[in-house]
Design a protein around this ligand. Structure first.
Ligand SMILES: [Zn+2]
Length: 267
């Protein structure tokens, strides 16, 4: 399989072959010093490219496993919202979900839960599933050590627990970036990583474009990614729901789509 472990192993193996061929230069391998250097460069460049792409494309499951879709043969789909709770925009989304009787999933940021505890509690009270999306959502999160990452995740768990008595088991990596440090941190905290199969790009694209894309690409079992901090998202989501329901799709929260528990049992 195409994973971090296998690529590292293959890389080490190729290095070994290179070293051996160096030793055997006078033997069967007639490789010139220049050719040797060029091959080494390309090998290193290829491995680095794979490592970077594996980090950016969470759905490759390169460094660790992330759930990224449900059963493709069932019309059930999940909407997920990242980066809240936001005092102004999240309640609008909650209203739309209530109006259409839909349960969704919110990946919340610890320091925003601290700022907006009432909005956070409302999400839980309305029966939506909630997961952990770090404490700071720092742009440098991916450069943190695994200890620092685990600390951020645990801090959010603690705030979460103090307000709800629940401990989240689901985690969504900020920006969808994965690396070995995050894999180690999640092992330590015991969270399951959740990615998506359909990204709306509501943070960067115009509402009409976002809507056209999600409506056009939606498939059975999809996990759709939106952001509840974006003011336009509530309107987009309502149109999306109406269109998806017309096509026979059924909205379920992530735990139902993936048949997993969203919270750890706490003694
Ligand atoms: Zn985010």
């Amino acid at each position: 399989m195409f994973t971090y472990r296998n690529i590292s192993f293959t890389f080490l193996l190729v290095i070994l072959v290179f070293a051996l061929s160096g030793v055997l230069l006078d033997g069967g391998f007639q490789v010139s010093g220049y050719g040797f250097l060029v091959s080494g460069f390309w090998l290193l460049a290829s491995v680095l490219t794979i490592l970077i792409l594996g980090s950016v494309f969470i759905r490759w499951n390169f460094y660790f496993f992330s759930h990224n879709h449900g059963d493709r043969s069932s019309p059930a789909i999940s909407i997920t919202f990242d980066d809240g709770p936001d005092a102004a925009t999240t309640p609008k989304i909650l209203d739309i979900l209530e109006k259409h009787q839909i349960k969704a999933t919110f990946f919340c940021v610890g320091n925003k839960i601290e700022k907006n505890p009432d909005v956070f509690k409302k999400i839980i009270d309305m029966g939506h599933a909630v997961g952990n999306h770090t404490y700071s959502h720092s742009p440098w999160f991916d450069l943190f050590s695994s200890t620092k990452m685990a600390r951020e995740i645990s801090m959010t768990d603690e705030i979460f627990f103090n307000l709800t008595g629940k401990k989240p088991k689901l985690f969504r990596p900020p920006y969808g970036v994965t690396n070995p440090m995050l894999g180690k941190a999640l092992k330590k905290t015991g969270h399951q990583s959740v990615a998506w199969s359909l990204r709306s790009f509501d943070t960067v694209k115009k509402p009409e474009k976002v809507l056209r894309k999600v409506n056009h690409k939606l498939k059975n079992g999809d996990i759709v990614l939106f952001h509840d901090r974006i003011p336009e998202t509530a309107g987009i989501v309502e149109q999306f729901i109406l269109e998806a329901q017309k096509s026979g799709n059924k909205f379920v929260p992530l735990d139902e789509l993936l048949k997993i528990q969203p919270y750890a049992s706490v003694q």
